[in-house]
Design a protein around this ligand. Structure first.
Ligand code: AFP
Length: 334
């Protein structure tokens, strides 16, 4: 069968299924093109002169890598002229980025983590871009932070691009999850997996086990049962993976199942968690749910939370439905 390009897929979603509007199709194509540029920059490694620290810190108090700043600029420059956005927000910027007055505005808000997992760049481990699309509230012509503070269930689209052995774009428009692989020779994303489903059951979990002493009781209980293996209450052995790049960990789970956990721990309790709700947890939660998985903050559905700030952090439990439901039940019992 002839390969289906991202452009053709989006046109069919728009024309045949009326699933998306022309402006959203344009937005997704522009973001995908920006991800291609980021993939090229990341792929150059030391030869591109963009490894190492940028010498600045972001609002999260994290040292910015040169590629964090470059990726952010690539996404801003690609998206500000198109006329499909009312504003842009990013992990790397304290406040929303207004669309310059010389360009028309559109009905969507774009929020992203331009380069997630950036502590892995200098050691050549997969990193990625995570993005989320919301509608700008009716009548809001100069969107401020408040315009972005919508529950994740309001997202009209979400996706990530993982820069690994191959560059893979994973996308949901609210009607399932589809996977596109970058054909570097042609320079276009090609549909390589349609209608992804996460296995309900899994024997693989992902957590930063070095924080074990800081975990709350439900997480202590849940992980202890997994590591007890065949002779323990779960009656089978489990395996562990932790890439420390959410995009890579989530992509593995989307591909073969698993549960990803970043609970509140003593180190990040005062901030409410480690991962950011708007541009890490929410887009990943929508993708995981659209693929038949589940995503909670330990107590309730992540997509139901109303964000209290652009950079709000939350606990994250997502992946194979049976496991997420189990660890969430343990929180409720506690
Ligand atoms: P960086 O972008 O600062 O590397 O953080 C990556 C991340 O936000 C997420 O991608 C990982 O799952 C998580 O942090 C890793 O956290 P630990 O470094 O505490 O394991």
């Amino acid at each position: 069968m002839k390969p289906v390009s991202l452009s053709r897929f989006l046109i069919e979603e728009q024309r045949d299924k009326a699933q998306i509007r022309p402006d959203l199709r344009l937005l997704i194509e522009v973001v995908a093109r920006a991800c291609k540029s980021i993939s090229i920059a990341v792929g150059k490694g030391a030869l591109g002169g963009v490894l190492g620290d940028a010498g600045a810190t972001n609002i999260q108090g994290e040292a910015q890598k040169k590629l964090d700043v470059l990726s952010n600029e690539i996404l801003l420059e690609a998206n500000e002229w198109g006329g499909h956005l009312a504003a842009i927000a990013s992990e790397e910027m304290d406040d929303p980025h207004p669309i310059p007055h010389r360009y028309p505005k559109g009905e969507y808000l774009l929020v992203f983590d331009p380069l997630d997992g950036s502590s892995n760049i200098d050691v050549n481990v997969s990193v990625g871009t995570i993005f989320s699309v919301l509608r700008c509230p009716e009548g809001v012509t100069e969107p401020t932070e408040a315009a972005f503070l919508q529950p994740g269930a309001q997202q009209v689209a979400a996706g990530y691009c993982v820069y690994g052995p191959s560059t893979i774009l994973v996308l949901t428009l609210g009607d399932g999850v589809n996977v596109f692989t970058l054909d570097r020779e042609v320079g276009s994303f090609v549909l390589t997996r349609r209608g992804v489903r996460i296995p309900e059951e899994t024997s693989e979990f992902a957590i930063n086990a070095s924080n074990q002493r800081h975990w709350e009781a439900p997480v202590q209980r849940y992980v202890a049962e997994l590591t007890a293996g065949k002779t323990g209450p779960r009656g089978r052995d489990f395996n562990m993976r932790w890439v420390a790049s959410m995009v890579a960990d989530v992509h593995r789970i989307l591909t073969r199942g698993g549960i990803f956990m970043y609970p509140v721990d003593a180190k990040c309790r005062d901030k409410g968690g480690r991962l950011r709700l708007l541009y890490e947890a929410n887009p990943m939660a929508l993708i995981v749910e659209q693929a038949g998985g589940a995503a909670t903050d330990g107590h309730g559905r992540l997509l139901d939370r109303t964000p209290r700030g652009l950079h709000e952090r939350v606990p994250v439990f997502l992946g194979s439905r049976q496991e997420v439901e189990r660890v969430t039940a343990y929180h409720r019992e506690a």
